[in-house]
Write a protein that binds this ligand. Structure first.
Ligand code: FES
Length: 104
């Protein structure tokens, strides 16, 4: 497991999804207030970019903009059809004011 720096919490706008490339991986980073969530930026239904979708701050979910599947930002689990498989979720570590994604 490697820790890869992606910036600070302030680099991300609360309620927005942003694509970040790390180590050859394409990730979607979502900040909700002080919390930051990271998933693979690839819907498990038809591999569409989740960074294009809307964040539901109240339920901590992101909606795929292509067919509307919802995924939990907390663990990448699908919360609605047409997706039935999870999206890979990455742990985040706070290190002296910096955010680090834990990459296997
Ligand atoms: S590609 Fe995401 S729901 Fe179909």
């Amino acid at each position: 497991m490697r820790a890869v720096d992606i910036g600070t919490v302030e680099d991300f706008v609360s309620g927005d999804a942003r694509q970040v490339r790390v180590d050859g991986r394409v990730l979607v980073v979502v900040r909700i207030e002080a919390d930051v969530y990271v998933l693979d930026d690839r819907c498990s239904h038809e591999e569409f970019s989740l960074a294009e979708g809307e964040v539901n701050v109240a339920t901590c979910e992101i909606e795929c903009a292509r067919h509307g599947a919802m995924f939990s930002l907390k663990d990448g689990e699908p919360m609605s059809f047409p997706a039935t498989r999870p999206v890979h979720h990455y742990d985040i570590r706070h290190n002296e004011g910096r955010l680090e994604v834990m990459v296997p």
